[in-house]
Structures are given as structure tokens and as C-alpha cells.
Design a protein around this ligand. Structure first.
Ligand SMILES: *[C@@H]1O[C@H](CO)[C@@H](O)[C@H](O)[C@H]1NC(C)=O
Ligand SMILES: *[C@@H]1O[C@H](CO)[C@@H](O)[C@H](O)[C@H]1NC(C)=O
Ligand SMILES: *[C@@H]1O[C@H](CO)[C@@H](O)[C@H](O)[C@H]1NC(C)=O
Ligand SMILES: *[C@@H]1O[C@H](CO)[C@@H](O)[C@H](O)[C@H]1NC(C)=O
Ligand SMILES: *[C@@H]1O[C@H](CO)[C@@H](O)[C@H](O)[C@H]1NC(C)=O
Ligand SMILES: *[C@@H]1O[C@H](CO)[C@@H](O)[C@H](O)[C@H]1NC(C)=O
Ligand SMILES: *[C@@H]1O[C@H](CO)[C@@H](O)[C@H](O)[C@H]1NC(C)=O
Ligand SMILES: *[C@@H]1O[C@H](CO)[C@@H](O)[C@H](O)[C@H]1NC(C)=O
Ligand SMILES: *[C@@H]1O[C@H](CO)[C@@H](O)[C@H](O)[C@H]1NC(C)=O
Ligand SMILES: *[C@@H]1O[C@H](CO)[C@@H](O)[C@H](O)[C@H]1NC(C)=O
Ligand SMILES: *[C@@H]1O[C@H](CO)[C@@H](O)[C@H](O)[C@H]1NC(C)=O
Ligand SMILES: *[C@@H]1O[C@H](CO)[C@@H](O)[C@H](O)[C@H]1NC(C)=O
Length: 409
């Protein structure tokens, strides 16, 4: 930089005003009742005395909630969030809870034959009551009960926990399907029990078939999440080190990477690496584009480090090898880490972050958030809306967007 450029910069700085930084008087047409429009232009400049960042973790609200609106609510950053995702009458409500027990963490699977939502409890984290010696649990709720009570003042449908699931299912963390009528889970394994991909009959007696539990004889680290490549029966799954980092698996012996498994041939291979900890995985409906979240900034017993990824990577799926190619940053979340990830049929990308579920459109613009004031790990579309798993609470939003079809007949 030349001397004259420095001088010019100084002159410009002297004239800057910070007065408008905290304005929150914007609105847009069609905003659903209770939703808040945040015009990003009003927050680009906060001034040198801003206490915004340090206020975050000591204030009444976590993450970015400049209007200090009471959760849960829709936070709109781009008008397309209203028109393309929410619809005019959308509401978000608490629909089930399990105080003191993180029953609703990840692995949501909608079984349409039962109109039931299955999900797993927090594995290795707070309020999960499990670890090296104890398994996590799988539960379900009846989606019809939620839909039918939608106009009630308060909704609190019962959560049913499976008590007789096979010991072959240890620390469920990811789910998808249904696959030939079955639930498909990615298990992280526990202690010396191997991580695995299992098919679970959603009807009693909930019998289980293990589909994969090793890489040519070596146990995986701790499988985290999985999806089918749309239009195929090929399973892609992530294998980070979180079982070890959360104290319920031995030290990792494989890189933290993403694999592809073809159940028809038994072939399993690595398709993407160079992660700190790959976590959620999803595809566009046409199967051509893949998303993998890297939650490396959360390190379990190693502690958290904000200089590591909290990032969603986007890839092209190589039609020849099935590998992921042309990796690029799709989004870096402003709050927490992007954990589980789902796509809607318009290509919008939903991920569970530090204070709720964030939504980016297909060109990477943050268009809105389901602001809950707490970390959410995963969410799932059912026929008429979006369920958000929030550990001790489950939310449902009756939005117009619909999810990519995850069913494999
Ligand atoms: C909000 O904006 C409207 C339209 O620009 C203006 O009339 C109104 O006075 C503003 N209110 C506040 C509190 O700034
Ligand atoms: C920042 O705070 C200092 C000390 O209170 C004050 O002198 C200064 O004017 C403030 N700057 C702005 C831009 O408000
Ligand atoms: C807030 O964050 C700062 C640094 O990021 C940390 O030192 C402090 O302990 C945190 N406070 C709370 C209440 O979590
Ligand atoms: C938001 O979350 C923080 C941190 O958990 C909590 O202290 C605060 O009470 C919450 N605020 C509301 C309004 O729920
Ligand atoms: C604007 O934000 C302030 C906090 O910064 C809040 O007290 C106030 O209620 C907000 N007003 C509106 C109309 O949202
Ligand atoms: C959500 O529920 C409200 C209240 O019943 C209703 O007015 C609105 O149309 C619903 N929206 C959708 C997309 O179903
Ligand atoms: C594991 O389960 C046992 C028996 O139910 C219980 O006493 C113990 O506290 C549990 N351990 C953890 C880490 O929650
Ligand atoms: C809830 O109320 C809306 C109108 O406000 C109505 O359209 C809808 O059918 C009602 N839903 C249920 C489940 O009763
Ligand atoms: C469960 O058992 C039934 C009856 O033996 C069998 O047809 C089905 O394939 C089993 N499902 C799984 C997921 O193991
Ligand atoms: C975070 O990671 C960076 C890069 O490895 C390192 O320099 C820094 O010391 C770490 N910070 C903490 C608090 O561990
Ligand atoms: C992406 O989407 C936003 C919101 O619809 C739009 O404003 C923007 O022009 C689009 N393109 C890019 C490159 O961001
Ligand atoms: C999803 O795909 C399955 C299997 O192809 C099909 O039976 C089902 O009707 C589809 N669901 C929707 C909502 O399109």
C-alpha cells in the first residue's frame, strides 16, 4: 500500500458515522405473524465500541438475535425465505418435550406407513446419560397427533422409547430412509462394539439387520450420518472421531472421512477426505451435488476452537467413480456448527446450528433461520412441515417447502 492510499483511508475513516448500526425498523410484505425481518445492510457496520460478539454468550439470547425476539420464531434475512420456504401462514411451535433428558438429538426418520417420526437421543453429550458403559436410546412420536392438535393452545404429544432394540444397535447418531420399508441408522458404536449401518424394522419386534460394520476388517471410528444417493441404493456416510472425542470409543484408526457403500455388491470405498470432522451429509434431489458439514471447531474433550471449520462444503458427485470432486465452501455458519443437513426440493439447504436451523438458498445466500435460542443438531421434513430436534424439545413448523424424497422403495 502506498503512503497516499493510507492518507486517503484516514480521511474517509474520520467521516464515518456509526449511528444507524442498531436500527431494526425494516419490514417486508407477507411476513408471517411473529416472524422478524433482518435487513443485513443494517448490521454491516457496528462500530469500534460494539460489544455485540462478547454479549452473545452472556446475554439472554445466544447467536444473532438483534431484535431480541422471544424464541421460537422465524428470522428472515431474504424475502425469498417467506415466499419459497415458509408460506404466509407458517407457524413454529414446541410439540413434544422430555425435560432433563436429551431424547431428541439426531437420526430422524419418517416412516410413512406409521406416519411416525423416529429419532435418537444424544450420544455422549449432556443429558444423554450414556457413554463408554451405557447405550443411547431410539424413540418415536406420532406425526398425526401433532398435525391434529395444531390449533390447540399447547401441544405436547407423547414420546415412546424403544425398550427392546437389539444390542447390535449401539449409539445411533444418523438416520435415513425408509429403505425397503426399514429405518436405516448409522451407529457410532460403543467401547469395543463396532460402528455400523443397520436396517431396523419400524414395526414390533423392531428386528435388526446389520449391513456393514467394518472397512475390510478394520472397525470404523464412529459413523455419524448417512444418506442414499438419490435414485440409487448406494449409501454415503461420514466417519468422524466424535465417538473417541466424546469418550465412548477407542482412539481413531482411520482418517475422518466420507465413504460410499453399495449394498448390492458389498463394495465400500472412501470418497472424500481432508476434514477435521465430517458430520452431516445430503444430496440435491438430482443426485449431482453433495453437501458435507465439517464441525471441526467442536472437539469434544479437546475443547472448542473457533479457528477450525464450522463449514458446509459442496461437491460435484463424479458420475464415473462416485467420489466427491470440486470441493468448495458453500457456507460458514455464524453460530455454533452446522451439524445435520437436509435439502428441500428447491435446493435450499437446512442445517442445525448454534441457535436453531439455518437455511441457505442454492446459491449460498443465508435466507433465514428457525431461531430457537439453542443448539439444534438435526431436522427432517415430513409430508406437511419440518420437525426440528432440539435435545429436550421437539419443534414443528408447518411450512410450504417440502424435503427431497429420502424413501428408497
Ligand atoms: C420506521 O420506519 C417508518 C418508515 O420509514 C417510519 O415512518 C417510522 O417512523 C420508523 N419508526 C421508527 C421507530 O424508527
Ligand atoms: C467509543 O468509546 C469511546 C470511549 O467511551 C468514545 O470516546 C468514542 O467516541 C466511542 N466511539 C464511537 C464511534 O462511538
Ligand atoms: C463467553 O466467551 C468468552 C470468550 O469467548 C469466555 O471467556 C467466557 O467464559 C464466556 N462466558 C460464558 C458465560 O460462557
Ligand atoms: C437463551 O439461551 C441462553 C443460554 O442457554 C439462556 O441463558 C437464556 O435464558 C435463553 N433465553 C431465552 C429467552 O430463552
Ligand atoms: C428493536 O431492538 C431492540 C433491542 O435492540 C428491542 O428492544 C426492540 O423491541 C426492537 N424493536 C422492534 C420493533 O423489534
Ligand atoms: C399453518 O397453520 C396455520 C394455523 O392453522 C395456518 O393458518 C397455515 O395456513 C398453516 N400453514 C401451512 C403451510 O400449512
Ligand atoms: C449408566 O447407567 C447406569 C445404570 O442405569 C447409571 O447408574 C449410570 O449413571 C449411567 N452412566 C451415565 C454416564 O449416565
Ligand atoms: C386450524 O385452523 C385453520 C384455520 O385457522 C384450519 O384451516 C385448519 O384446518 C385447522 N387445523 C386443524 C388440525 O384443526
Ligand atoms: C425382520 O424379520 C422379518 C421376519 O423374519 C423379516 O422378514 C425382515 O426382513 C426383518 N427385518 C429386518 C430389518 O431385519
Ligand atoms: C486454535 O487453533 C489454532 C490453530 O491450530 C491454534 O493456534 C490455537 O492455539 C488454538 N486455540 C486454542 C484456544 O486452543
Ligand atoms: C442468490 O440469491 C439471492 C436471494 O434470492 C439473490 O439476491 C442473489 O442475487 C442470488 N445470486 C447470488 C450470486 O448471490
Ligand atoms: C417418495 O418416493 C417413494 C418411493 O419412490 C414414493 O413411494 C413416495 O410416494 C414418494 N413420496 C413423495 C412425497 O413424493
Amino acid at each position: 500500500m502506498t503512503k497516499s492510499m493510507i492518507l486517503t483511508g484516514a480521511v474517509v475513516l474520520a467521516a464515518v458515522s456509526y449511528g444507524a448500526a442498531q436500527s431494526n425498523n425494516s419490514t417486508i410484505p407477507g411476513l408471517p405473524e411473529g416472524a422478524v425481518y433482518i435487513n443485513p445492510l443494517e448490521y454491516n457496520v457496528l462500530g469500534p465500541n460494539s460489544t455485540w460478539y462478547t454479549e452473545r454468550n452472556t446475554s439472554d439470547f445466544i447467536g444473532f438475535n438483534p431484535t431480541q425476539t422471544a424464541p421460537p420464531f422465524f428470522q428472515v434475512f431474504d424475502p425469498s425465505f417467506v415466499t419459497d420456504v415458509l408460506g404466509p401462514g407458517a407457524q413454529i411451535r414446541k410439540v413434544a418435550s422430555s425435560p432433563g433428558y436429551a431424547l431428541a438429538h439426531e437420526a430422524p426418520v419418517h416412516v410413512s406407513a406409521l406416519h411416525a417420526l423416529f429419532f435418537s437421543s444424544n450420544d455422549g453429550g449432556p443429558e444423554g446419560y450414556n457413554g463408554w458403559y451405557n447405550n443411547s436410546v431410539v424413540s418415536w412420536l406420532n406425526v398425526s397427533e401433532v398435525e391434529q392438535s395444531w390449533n390447540d393452545t399447547e401441544i405436547n404429544v407423547p414420546i415412546h422409547t424403544l425398550t427392546n432394540l437389539s444390542d447390535l444397535v449401539q449409539m445411533v447418531n444418523g438416520g435415513t430412509g425408509t429403505y425397503k420399508g426399514n429405518i436405516l441408522f448409522a451407529t457410532s458404536g460403543r467401547a469395543e462394539s463396532p460402528p455400523s449401518i443397520v436396517a431396523v424394522n419400524p414395526f414390533s419386534p423392531y428386528n435388526v439387520t446389520v449391513m456393514l460394520d467394518n472397512f475390510y476388517g478394520r472397525q470404523f471410528n464412529s459413523l455419524n450420518d448417512l444418506k442414499f444417493l438419490p435414485g440409487t441404493e448406494i449409501i454415503y456416510f461420514t466417519d468422524p472421531a466424535y465417538g473417541y472425542l466424546n469418550g465412548f470409543r477407542p482412539e481413531p484408526k482411520l482418517p475422518s472421512q466420507v465413504y460410499r457403500f453399495d449394498p448390492s455388491t458389498g463394495q465400500v470405498r472412501a470418497v472424500a477426505d481432508q476434514f477435521v470432522n465430517p458430520n452431516g451429509i445430503a444430496f440435491t434431489g438430482d443426485g449431482q451435488t453433495a453437501y458435507v458439514t465439517d464441525t471441526g471447531s467442536v472437539g469434544g474433550f479437546l475443547g472448542n476452537n473457533d479457528t477450525y471449520p464450522a463449514t458446509i462444503y459442496q461437491y460435484d458427485v463424479d458420475p464415473t467413480t462416485g467420489s466427491f470432486m470440486n470441493r468448495r465452501v458453500f457456507a460458514y455458519t455464524d453460530s455454533g456448527i452446522p451439524d445435520g443437513i437436509q435439502l428441500d426440493t428447491n435446493g435450499n439447504v437446512y442445517s442445525g446450528c448454534g441457535e436453531g436451523t439455518h437455511v441457505w438458498n442454492s446459491n449460498g445466500t443465508l435466507i433465514g433461520k428457525f431461531y430457537l435460542n439453542s443448539t439444534t443438531a438435526e431436522m427432517l421434513f415430513t409430508a406437511h412441515g419440518l420437525f426440528i430436534l432440539d435435545e429436550e424439545v421437539i419443534y414443528y413448523a408447518n411450512i410450504t417447502a417440502t424435503g427431497v424424497n429420502l424413501t428408497v422403495p
